[in-house]
Write a protein that binds this ligand. Structure first.
Ligand code: SF4
Length: 207
């Protein structure tokens, strides 16, 4: 490392001399990203799809029709609309998805899984299963700290413009603070710990 270059969290020397928790967390997140990439690639290969095509199928399976558009998918996976359109074209040719015209705007359409697409999504949507046992084995308090820490990280990344708006409580116009607690003004419920949502069907962007 030169004197004027920024330290890299991937440099073991930087991580350990003196021990630097921030660098260790960043490097750990990078390792976890690699695990997801590997599991996704493995499942996509098994299904005869590209990783992005598999992500599209799984997204369509678990989100309301109003969110199932090319624009939303492009934002979700940080790719261009043209890239999503290519994936959609292939999935349509494979008879896994179909288009439904938006009655409010006949030039727009929503994407919908066919019954075969739903079957595939139900199977492929479990690609991250190997991560469940280690997560489940964490003590409850540690699990909650990890969850709240990840929510906060995602929110800060969103505020910095590094990632698009997440459908989570912290970026929702229905989210509020009441003395000592988070609150959802739409559902009229307190949002403590486990109640805070990462991907909420009722989310409405606050800005
Ligand atoms: S609508 Fe959903 S995302 Fe928004 S505050 Fe309520 S629970 Fe959270």
């Amino acid at each position: 490392m030169t004197a004027d270059s920024a330290p890299s969290p991937f440099d073991p020397f930087q991580q350990n001399n003196p021990p630097d928790l921030d660098s260790k967390i960043v490097a750990s997140l990078e390792r976890l990203t690699g695990v997801f990439r590997h599991l996704l690639w493995q499942e996509a290969t098994h299904c005869g799809l590209s990783p992005l095509q598999l992500q599209v199928v799984v997204f369509l399976r678990f989100h309301p029709l109003g969110q199932c558009t090319v624009s939303t998918l492009a934002r979700e996976y940080h790719v261009s609309r043209a890239t999503i359109s290519d994936a959609v074209k292939t999935l349509t040719q494979k008879l896994l998805i179909s288009r439904r015209t938006d009655p409010a705007d006949l030039r727009s359409h929503f994407l919908q899984l066919t019954p075969e697409g739903e079957r595939l999504a139900d199977q492929a949507g479990r690609f991250a299963e190997p991560l469940h046992p280690p997560v489940a084995s964490l003590p409850a308090r540690q699990k909650m700290s990890v969850y709240l820490g990840l929510l906060t990280l995602l929110h800060q990344l969103q505020q910095a413009g590094t990632i698009p708006v997440q459908r989570m409580c912290f970026s929702c116009r229905h989210y509020g603070r009441q003395p000592g607690q988070h609150f959802c003004h739409l559902l009229n419920i307190p949002l403590e710990g486990l109640q805070l949502r990462l991907d909420c069907p009722e989310h409405a962007a606050a800005f």
